[in-house]
Write a protein that binds this ligand. Structure first.
Ligand code: URA
Length: 209
């Protein structure tokens, strides 16, 4: 699918299978999500621009590669996005963080905004937006609208699972934003859950119901 990268690394796929299993405990689910998010982060950042700086090693001078440009921004769509965020910050501790508070109204499936906090200069940074589940894409589309309204121009969207319906809707609304996911599942049920999916990511992560 155009603009969509499926991260099919064997470790990602293995951990994802463990996360899908209904008997996986909250503690294991959370640990797996943290582990898998570092692997996803590695893939979503693999083409970042590099520049060089002059350094001294104990053996002498060299010109060494370093990330170019301003610090990345990781934007978490609350609350489930925080599960991906933690592992990504393990890998890129200097990243800036934005929080986008959207919950899904279970009747209408429409996103309701309740919080937004982001670094000032979004226009000069790469923003990687994280949310484990791209289902109807209502929340993801709204989050991208909010970030663009605050100046964001260079955005990537990273999720764990995506439904084909969600990808279509997302790409129609934001064709400039590439999507990275570990799996494209079968589709959505009548309640907007991904099938076979893994259930409610937030509930599984935090042990709520
Ligand atoms: N959000 C979830 O947590 N799970 C789904 O299957 C769909 C949306």
């Amino acid at each position: 699918m155009d603009g969509v990268t499926v991260i099919d690394h064997p470790l990602v796929q293995h951990k994802l299978t463990l996360m899908r299993k209904q008997e996986t405990s909250t503690a294991s689910f959370r640990r797996l999500l943290r582990e898998i998010s570092t692997l996803l982060c590695y893939e979503v950042t693999r083409d970042l621009d590099i520049t060089t700086i002059d350094i001294e090693t104990p053996m002498g001078p060299m010109s060494a590669p370093i990330l170019e440009g301003k610090k990345l921004v990781f934007a978490s769509i609350l609350r489930a996005g925080n599960g991906l965020l933690e592992g990504m910050l393990d890998l890129v501790p200097a990243a800036r963080v934005a929080h986008v508070g959207l919950y899904r109204d279970h009747e209408t499936l429409q996103p309701v905004e309740y919080y937004f906090k982001a670094p000032e200069d979004l226009e000069n940074r790469l923003i990687i937006v994280v949310d484990p589940m791209l289902a109807t894409a209502n929340s993801a589309v709204a989050a991208m609208d909010m970030l663009k309204n605050r100046g964001a121009r260079n955005i990537r969207f990273l999720c764990l699972l995506a439904a084909p319906e969600g990808i279509r809707r997302f790409r129609e609304a934001h064709p400039d934003i590439p999507v990275f996911t570990a799996s494209i599942d079968q589709g959505l049920n009548e309640k907007g859950y991904i099938i076979p999916g893994l259930g409610d990511a937030g509930d599984r992560m935090y042990g709520t119901k």
